[in-house]
Structure formats: C-alpha cells, structure tokens
Design a protein around this ligand. Sequence first.
Ligand SMILES: Nc1ncnc2c1ncn2[C@@H]1O[C@H](COP(=O)(O)OP(=O)(O)OP(=O)(O)O)[C@@H](O)[C@H]1O
Length: 519
Amino acid sequence: MVRAMVEASQDQEHGPGLSVKNVSKTFGGTRALSGVSLDLAAGEIHALVGQNGSGKSTLFKILAGYHEPDGGATLEVGGKLIPLPLHPGAVNGLGFRFVHQDLGIAGSLSILENVRVGHFATGYAGRIRWSQERALVAKLLRDFGVDMSPDTPCERLSQAEKAIVAIIRGLQSRPGERPTLLVLDEPTAYLPPPEIRRLFVAVRRLRETGVAIVFSTHRLDEVKELSDRVSVLRDGHLVGTYKTEETTESALIRAIIGKDLDSVYPNNARAARDKPVLEVRGLCGGPVADVSFTLHEGEVLGVTGLVGMGHDEIAYLAFGGQASSSGTIRIDGTVCRSLNPRTAIELGVGLVPANRQRDSGIQSATLKENVTIPVLGGYFRCGTLDHAGERRDVTALLDAVDVRPRGSQDRALATLSGGNQQKALLAKWLNVPGLRILILHEPTQGVDLGARKAIFELLRNAVDSGMAILLASAEYEDLAHLCDRVVVMRHGRPAAELSGADLTEERIVEHCYRSDVPQ
Ligand SMILES: Nc1ncnc2c1ncn2[C@@H]1O[C@H](COP(=O)(O)OP(=O)(O)OP(=O)(O)O)[C@@H](O)[C@H]1O
C-alpha cells in the first residue's frame, strides 16, 4: 500500500492541479487536522474518506475560506503559491466550487433562483433575462434527468432533489471563469441509487474538462466506482493516499478505523412474534395512495422504493408528522383518527427523521440537552435535577453510538461533525423509556462504518427486547440484512412484500426498478 501511495503521488497525468501542505486546524481544545498534505491533479477524481469527525469537512472549509488554518499551511494552485487564509472572494477567482453537506438550499426560493443566484444573465438596464434563465435551468435539470419546472419552490423538493439542485448550482460558472476544483462533501448521502448513477455520470463528464474533483463519502463501493485515487484521514491525520485500483475495501477499512471490521450487520436469527403494534389501513397522503401494513412487536419492517414512490412519506404519515388525507392508524389497539406527533409519542412511538440536524436537533443547545429533552422530567428528584444521573446516562448513551470526540456532552450540537450529530440524535430516541415503536427514516445517512455497526447492534438489542421498528430507507443492503419483511413501493402503493429467502438486496432492487418481476 505504501508503494501504491508513493507511485500515486507521482502520477499526475493532467498537470499539477493544486496542492495543500501541512494543514492543521485547532478549535479550542480540539485538534481537527494535524499537518495534512494533499495533492489533487487536474482531471482526477479523488475520494476523501475517514470516520465521522476525522476532519474531512474542516479541510474542505479551509479550501472554501470559511476556516482559517493554523500557521504553517501552504497552498499551490497550478504551480502558483496562494496566500492563506483564503477569503471567499479569492476562492471563487481560483475556480474552487463547493457543494457542502448541508446543501445550503434556500427553501423559499425557486430552483431557478437557487441555481442561478450570482450568475443571472442581464440585458438592457440590468434586467434579468428570465426566459433565457428559465430555459437554461430547465436544460440543466433535464441533463440530470430531473423532470421539474425551474419555478418550483425548493421547499417542495425531496432531499434527493435538493441535493441535485445544490450540485447543479455547484457546477455553475461566470463567463470567462473556469472551475479548477469541485469539492463534493458527501454528495450521495441523500441520494438513492438512480440519482447516484446520474451524479457519477455528470462527475465523470466534468473530469474530462480537467477539473480536479474531490468528494467525501462513507461508502467504499463509491470510492471504488468513481475515484482515481483515495486519501484516508484518521483523527485529523492523513494516513495515506492510494491509487484506487491498487487498494482493496478491507485495506481501506483498516486505514480508516485502524483495525479490521467484521460484518457491520448483527445476526438476524430471531424468534418470530405476532402481536400487532402498528396497524395501518388504507393510508393516503402526498404521494402515498392506499397503503396497508401491520407491524408486530419485535419486528423490523422495511419500506422502500425509488425517489417519489412514497416510502419516505410513510415514515411521517405513520407518526402524524405529515397529515394523512384518509385511512386509519391503530397503535397498540388504539385507533388514532387524526394522529399528531404528540399523541404518537404518548402512545410510545418515536420518529428519527432523515434530516436529523434540521428536524430533530437544537444546534445551539449542548449535546446533553439535546439527548435528554424528551426525558428530562425523569431526572427530577424532589424538585431538584439529578445532574450526576443525567451526565452518567448521557455519557453511556453517546459512547454506545460512538459519538466523537468522547466526553463532548457539554459542547453545542453545532460544533460536532455532521455524522456525530446524526448519531447523538439517534441516541436521543433510544433513551426514551416506554418507547414501543421506533420509526426510522434513513438512520445511517452520513454515519461512518464503525458507527453503523454500533447503531445496528443497538437497534437489534431494542428489537430483541420487543421494540418494533419501521425502517424507511433506500439502503437496499441494510434493508436486506436488518428487516424481517420489506415492502417495496411503486407509485404510492405497495408493489411487493419480500421476506425469508426472497429478502435479498438483488430482489429489492429488481422490484424497485421493474414492474414485471415474477412474485
Ligand atoms: N466549528 C467547530 N467548533 C468546534 N469544533 C469543531 C468545529 N467544526 C468541527 N469541529 C470538530 O473538528 C473535528 C473534525 O470535524 P469535521 O466536521 O471536519 O469531521 P468530518 O470528517 O467531516 O466528519 P463527518 O463524516 O461526520 O462529516 C470534530 O471533532 C469536530 O467536532
């Protein structure tokens, strides 16, 4: 591997691109990056991998001029030394383009406005040429295979569609400008497989123009499929840079976590239970049209499908977070006519939304506060808060899902890396006593390999003690390993239900894509 690393750094077919050297960054007492050096050749696709909190986003934010690096760092672009820190204006001039993890899409603005802000073509008296702009954005959307009007407000888009808009915007240039570097911070975290394919096609096309592309991901199959080289960060240090074709998945896992990792999935053998806890009949709402299913105690039921087929919405309809237009939901025998989240929680139902930072976390509150909000009442003893008990439980819970850095319960949620925020907010629900049903929407989005394993084990323990889980996800491999049954949705309706020997990743994919699969 070391040999591959040395050779890789000499293999820059398209010229020098850019090179950062000796980048360190300290936040208060946290050393996020320590002496990291990275070469990105023009026309290469470079993957950056590492566990949650290993420093990937911090490196990207230094290149974006958002963070100032500690002293001693240097940056060269096309062989020219560029002074650090960068200011945002200089970043644009250098041709650096970014699609950040949080996407930065303004919900109240249209797709057109989000994509073209700062790039509008103007005519007489500075008037924006709206029809020209609309035609341009319509074409960009079509090129990405997205069938949407440029005037659609972004608040109506799914996470996947927002990610596509952010990427299209990231690829914009002013006349005379040429992008030299495109940084994609976990671009596929919100994308289901067909969109990932589309994105890869676009990224490969872009490579032909000589742009250096760097993307971060937790999915090693994407590293293999898309990248020319891969760099690994561990605890803020660069472990190495490797030619992708000369490395293996297990070698990368070893470099990422410092040891081998067994299968991330727990053993699936369990006794069947037949007590229904969630009965959904004729549920309609948004794209969901007439869905019925029963979830049993100690069961994991998956719902999946392609984008827009309704599986994402089922999670919110079944929790009352999104109003249904018809149908009945019975929780533990209680018929809920117009379910809302408050009633659902009282009946022992929890929801872990996909966008946990936005929908389930308070960024300015500490980690401890975020985790204990739903259960704080339980820590009062004779009117006094049992701080020691609260701290002890939070520590145990955060350690169980491997939130890093350890001992960070007094830090504001916003100061944790994206994946660590996700883990902490998932832990919050696992801490709620009396929870009988847990609804999960893409629970491992943005979460690293080691933490995925820890989360799956926690879920398995919860299920073994009788919890029922409804898992809405487009991670077909996870569904095949974790679920007892999987319902595949097509056009808002259940198209197939897979279980037993039929419940494999391949069968799920087949049912998602084809309407004529033999049952
Ligand atoms: N603004 C900040 N204030 C304090 N600490 C921060 C801040 N931003 C990042 N950190 C810390 O720096 C470290 C690296 O975080 P970073 O976001 O770069 O990780 P990452 O590799 O992108 O993780 P993930 O895969 O979860 O997105 C983490 O320990 C994080 O808590």
